[in-house]
Design a protein around this ligand. Sequence first.
Ligand SMILES: Cc1cc2nc3c(=O)[nH]c(=O)nc-3n(C[C@H](O)[C@H](O)[C@H](O)COP(=O)(O)OP(=O)(O)OC[C@H]3O[C@@H](n4cnc5c(N)ncnc54)[C@H](O)[C@@H]3O)c2cc1C
Length: 404
Amino acid sequence: MKIAVIGGGAAGFFAAIHASGPGREITLFEKTPKLLSKVKVSGGGRCNVTHRPMEISKLVKNYPRGEKFLKKVFRHFSIEDTFAWFESRGVRLKTEEDGRVFPITDSSQTIIDALLKAAEKSGINLKISTGVKEINPATTYYELITEKGVFRADQVIVCTGGNPKTDNYSFLNSLKHTIKDPIPSLFTFNTPGEPIRSLMGLSVGDANVRIEGTKLSYRGPVLITHWGISGPAVLKLSAFGAQWLHDHQYQGRAIINWCGSLSEGDYSNQLQQYIQVHPNRKVCGHALFSIPARLWEHLCHRSGIEEGKLYRNLSKKELNRLVQNLFCCILEVKGKTTFKEEFVTAGGIPLNEVNPENMESIYHPNLYFAGEVLDIDGITGGFNFQAAWSTGFLAGKSSKENIL
Ligand SMILES: Cc1cc2nc3c(=O)[nH]c(=O)nc-3n(C[C@H](O)[C@H](O)[C@H](O)COP(=O)(O)OP(=O)(O)OC[C@H]3O[C@@H](n4cnc5c(N)ncnc54)[C@H](O)[C@@H]3O)c2cc1C
């Protein structure tokens, strides 16, 4: 039996390895000259393999697209299975304080070596620089038109990853599947002309960021950059708001509460109390609410408070403006920037066209999908690879169990 795996990334390798078995000839097609190239550059060259600890119900909340679908998939291959798989192949993994998991070597090459070794052991034929241009379904097999000739396969597993250009999905045109418009996810917000950018490099530990006109709101660290704002809260917002932001050409208003645990009333009450106790302190020079001094000073200037003004001399208007800038500081967003070159694609094969119990196409028997080619994407932290391992595993294993 001939099995074709299309795409030499994380999902493709996992699918190919788990599809292998006696009497099965697996060929993996990769259009570029390099295998596992995203694994290589992932996590800043360290490869953030997965995330721990996390039960499935919590894990799936990290996927703006794919939550329900992955709930079923993760029952077949979970975070613990990822650990067991790599560690049983000699790759020791470590979990950092924030839950991100890396190889103990801090080198993505360790992960690549393990995958290449497993592929070799499974006897997989690796065909690099061999892009698949067309998949034609015949009655009992598939015909693959590749850059290096025609190939016939009994089963096909498509693991071609995400790509923001629709053209990259054209090799699927002969199939009945539709393609949900691919759009980027995971990016930082540009705020051109915004004076807050002069504080670049400054980070706030627990802010809340929302987008005006949506219900999207996330709490976490915010980093001020040369271009605008970044950090976990912004990245999460970009992922969950990917469609809205795309539809609005990445223009909108980000509203920041610089101390995510406080309400407007809390700010107001605590400021009033502070004025009673320290009336003769300079407002700009005495930051409150654990806000970094430079940001506090900036917010005071934004509120029109003069440099040497004392707390007792704050007018009601100035106090209100300060509360507003602390609780709902408005930054005009115009455009986006890729986060450390780490981006994922939302869109691709719609999830209602694939069976989550075995990753098989609902239209074509013996055709499977895995990885980012599906309309699945996660936030940063190892969630995208976990989806690739789990869907790749399930597609490979199901193809093996599906006796023609
Ligand atoms: C810089 C960067 C850093 C990242 N870091 C992390 C991280 O640390 N942790 C994490 O969880 N996620 C990370 N991600 C996301 C993660 O890398 C992807 O979600 C994951 O690689 C998806 O795996 P995949 O196998 O589905 O797709 P890919 O890794 O994209 O692999 C698909 C492969 O298919 C090939 N291909 C495409 N079309 C064809 C065709 N027609 N014929 C033959 N081959 C084809 C492509 O060339 C590619 O090699 C990062 C992404 C980037 C860009």
